[in-house]
Unconditional design. Structure first.
Length: 474
């Protein structure tokens, strides 16, 4: 009797040697375990395939197969530190001695067998089997069985194929990042797009970049994983303290700082927290290569942002200036010409701002406007852009925002109080207009929002009102 008859090898061996590396090894291991158990099930009640990591010191998990089916095993076995539970003592001893281990239970009439899987000089894993066959017969069968050696070789081959596939994929990912060097996109859109590219290409659960920009620390991501996580302006937390080229690994998350030359700092975060897959050393090395490509892209977006800021950003508040804002609204209205989407424009004015300038001086007035702009940028986030229209007047332009969303944003704007305690605490009035119903050109849409804002001011200020169709037609 042997673990598997010589004529039974073809199916599960072919499965490994036909593997092209294009899907995760865990899926191959599941299919392999199912096929192998079909071969041995008439002799063994249970089979468990446990696999080591690349440095052979830890078994991260495996697959159990029995009459009920095939299931994943959440096992973590340190082959060096023996202080954990004794349930895997046979596995550790088999890997240490590189010889089969048998444990008999007279009460249950069972024999538990642990077979080390050795390929070349490396422990690939351990195959655990449970049987009712007397232990002396089991040992005789193991001494002539080729199954452990063949299985170890097949697993090692599949691992090598997967690693080669990943290296090619990571290399192509790094090379293809240059496709996102597009000067017709904003820096935000470029970084969002490249995060999505990395996340999908490298089969990550999430990929995001945290970056120190002119608008504070911001989050850039694919737009899918973090769609419901609030504004894109974030607290940098511990990421900003990472030393250059230092990698920080926390469970299933790895963080790399991006070396920059513009004084701003950034960090890229790769995340496997949904699949609960740990990053192994070869993958970390490949991600470092992707990090290097991202560092070049980040420098490009910094240069692009500086180039655009020189002609598009308001010098006092850091928001977009009037000419850029009108161009932005015009482009989006043109995109909506044959669609059913709406476009929200909110006109914002500080109530009694002249009293602040006259009573406190223009320096305090300027600080008041800067604080308001920072608060608007944080509140609006990725939903739109903040534009200084003139004086104490600001616009918030939000593509693809409907009436209810616009009303909620208007309510939030009225409640906004971004001023430090050493500054005056004025209220604001807001007018909401929706394109194309309140205006099909930037001028008409802004005028409708402006009229609604002045109606709010005449009603006492510190409130918001929606434009009327009549106002849009006057």
């Amino acid at each position: 009797m042997s673990v598997a008859n010589s004529g039974d090898y073809s199916d599960w061996l072919d499965l490994c040697y036909r593997y092209d590396g294009s899907y995760p090894l865990s899926l191959l291991h599941l299919e392999l375990s199912a096929k192998l158990y079909e071969v041995v099930r008439d002799r063994y009640r249970m089979m468990m395939l446990l696999l080591t990591d690349q440095d052979e010191n830890v078994i991260h998990g495996g697959i159990r197969a029995d009459s009920r089916g095939v299931t994943l095993v959440d096992a973590y076995i340190d082959l060096i530190d023996h202080q954990d539970l004794d349930s895997y003592a046979g596995v550790r001893e088999a890997c240490r001695t590189r010889r089969p281990q048998l444990e008999s239970s007279a009460a249950q009439g069972l024999v538990l067998i642990d077979l080390p899987l050795i390929s070349g000089n490396r422990i690939v894993g351990c195959l655990e089997l449970e049987t009712t066959t007397p232990s002396n017969e089991v040992m005789q069968s193991l001494e002539v069985s080729a199954t452990p050696r063949l299985l170890a070789g097949a697993l090692r081959f599949a691992e090598t194929v997967r690693q080669a596939f990943l290296e090619r994929r990571y290399l192509m990912c790094s090379v293809n990042i240059h496709q996102h060097y597009k000067k017709d996109l904003s820096s935000d859109h470029i970084l969002d797009a490249v995060c999505f590219h990395i996340q999908t290409t490298l089969e990550l659960d999430r990929c995001l970049i945290m970056g120190d920009t002119n608008q504070g620390w911001r989050r850039f991501c694919s737009g899918l994983s973090y769609a419901e996580e609030g504004p894109s302006v974030v607290d940098p937390g511990p990421w900003s303290a990472l030393a250059p080229y230092e990698a920080k690994i926390e469970g299933t998350v790895i963080m790399f700082p991006l070396p920059t030359r513009g004084g701003h700092t950034a960090v890229v975060i790769f995340d496997h927290s949904i699949s609960q897959t740990r990053f192994r050393e070869p993958e970390i090395q490949q991600l470092a290569m992707v990090r290097d490509a991202l560092a070049v892209l980040w420098a490009f977006t910094e240069d692009l942002a500086s180039e655009r800021n020189a002609v598009s950003v308001d010098g006092l508040t850091g928001s977009w200036n009037r000419s850029y804002g009108i161009r932005f609204i015009a482009e989006w209205l043109e995109n909506l010409r044959h669609k059913t989407d709406t476009f929200a424009v909110l006109f914002i004015d500080v109530d009694r701002f002249k009293d602040i300038n006259d009573g406190y001086g223009h320096l305090i007035g300027d600080r008041t406007l800067k604080a308001l702009a920072e608060g608007l940028i944080t509140l609006v986030g990725r939903r739109g852009v903040v534009i200084r229209y003139g004086g104490d007047e600001f616009l918030v332009a939000c593509p693809q925002m409907n009436a209810k969303e616009g009303e909620r944003l208007a309510e939030s704007l009225v409640k906004l109080s971004p001023w430090p305690t050493d500054l005056p605490q004025p209220s604001i009035s807001v007018g909401l207009a929706l394109g194309p119903m309140h205006g099909e050109t930037p001028e008409d849409l802004i005028d409708s929002a402006d009229r609604a804002m002045y109606r709010a001011k005449r009603s006492g200020g510190n409130r918001w009102l929606t434009a009327t169709l009549k106002a849009a037609c006057e």
